[in-house]
Ligand binder design. Structure first.
Ligand SMILES: Cc1cc2nc3c(=O)[nH]c(=O)nc-3n(C[C@H](O)[C@H](O)[C@H](O)COP(=O)(O)OP(=O)(O)OC[C@H]3O[C@@H](n4cnc5c(N)ncnc54)[C@H](O)[C@@H]3O)c2cc1C
Length: 332
């Protein structure tokens, strides 16, 4: 399908980019790697008057570290992230998530900013225009009914991004800039939980960088993903686990996050209290996995049945916690 016509904009400075966002409002679409945006344009899921390519903004590139934190520019590609020694050492879950996203060609093109800020998905929404013309208009397209859960008053579309659960487990923050203002928010605060408008980003805001705080002492993390085709597929269930231990190997801190199980990645809140102060073991991973299962939504709106995907959230959570434990034994 051919692209619709639009005005093409290519700022070279952040100030110029945020001025464009302020002037155009919802009539401009930001394009980074374009692996989602171009698909959405072709399918006429979005119809912006202008598309702004942000890949010429030097301030959004690259990876760096201080003693306190790791800073990832929003335009850093998933390939750079998956291969980075720094990320593989300090944030294994993020490196694993980047390396398992989509396919090698998409990993080479796609940016971390675009990955985090991707839209939620549903079999009743991510279709070509011809298929959508034959379907009733669902909640996500502005209609009254959810086609996946008839009679429901909300949209059950699923957030299938790989990077956000891993970054949330590491308690990452993101820096959002608009004309004359900037704010730093925890990644958890970026998700509304509403499938019709899943991101709490203002239309004139630009994501410029992601900041991962460093942890004192020994820490490790892991990400596990379930997909049908290992060569190219969105997660149908996923889980990320972060663990840190004291010098005598008692759990000091932990965070477990599940993905692809609702309109936003979800922190398994009870995991932290369950694990704190313990010498972690396999039985603990199983208990946390049951909590993740209870938290996940299983709706028949992706390529595999919802009930099965929920069971896989449980399996993957257990595996992610166990993998983080293994990484801890071998980690710094
Ligand atoms: C075949 C296929 C398989 C895929 N599989 C996966 C998968 O397994 N896992 C997964 O997570 N994703 C998957 N995707 C979705 C997508 O390709 C990735 O999420 C990718 O990382 C998006 O990054 P991008 O830079 O190409 O984003 P873009 O397409 O450029 O942008 C995505 C969204 O983010 C916004 N945006 C981008 N950068 C910024 C910024 N700095 N500030 C504000 N807004 C911004 C854009 O406006 C747009 O709304 C797949 C896509 C395809 C086509």
């Amino acid at each position: 399908m051919r692209l619709p016509s639009f005005q093409y904009l290519e700022p070279t400075q952040v100030d110029e980019a945020v001025s464009i966002l302020a002037d155009f409002g919802d009539r401009v679409k930001i394009c980074a790697g374009g692996t989602e945006v171009i698909n959405h344009l072709r399918r006429r899921l979005i119809r912006p008057a202008a598309v702004m390519n942000i890949r010429k903004l030097p301030d959004l590139e690259g990876l760096s570290e201080t003693t306190q934190e790791i800073v990832i520019g929003a335009n850093t590609t998933l390939k750079e992230i998956s291969r980075s020694k720094l990320i593989n050492r300090e944030a294994q879950a993020v490196a694993e998530a980047a390396g398992q996203t989509a396919s090698p060609t998409i990993i080479a093109m796609a940016t971390i900013g675009g990955n985090i800020l991707q839209n939620t998905r549903c079999l009743n929404y991510n279709q070509s225009g011809i298929v959508l013309q034959g379907l009733p208009v669902c909640h996500k397209r502005g209609g009254a009914d959810c086609l996946a859960v008839p009679g429901s008053r909300r949209c059950f579309s699923v957030y299938q991004g790989d990077l956000a659960p891993a970054l949330m487990a590491l308690r990452a923050q993101c820096v959002l800039v608009k004309k004359g203002a900037a704010r730093t928010v925890p990644l958890t605060g970026l998700f509304t939980g509403d499938g019709t408008k899943p991101l709490a980003l203002e239309e004139d805001e630009l994501l410029t960088r992601i900041v991962i705080p460093k942890t004192e002492g020994r820490q490790a993390s892991a990400y596990r993903k379930f997909r049908v085709r290992g060569s190219v597929d969105f997660p149908l269930a996923s889980a990320a686990a972060f663990l840190s231990v004291t010098a005598d190997f008692l759990l000091a801190d932990s965070c477990v996050v599940i993905g692809a199980s609702g309109p936003a990645p979800r922190v398994v809140e009870s995991a932290e209290a369950l694990l704190k102060g313990k010498t972690p073991g396999a039985a603990d991973a199983a208990i946390v996995a049951k909590k993740a299962f209870d938290l996940s939504e299983g709706v028949d709106n992706l390529t595999l049945p919802g009930d099965y995907r929920r069971k896989m959230v449980r399996v993957l959570t257990q595996r992610a916690v166990q993998a983080a434990l293994e990484n801890l034994k071998g980690g710094r």
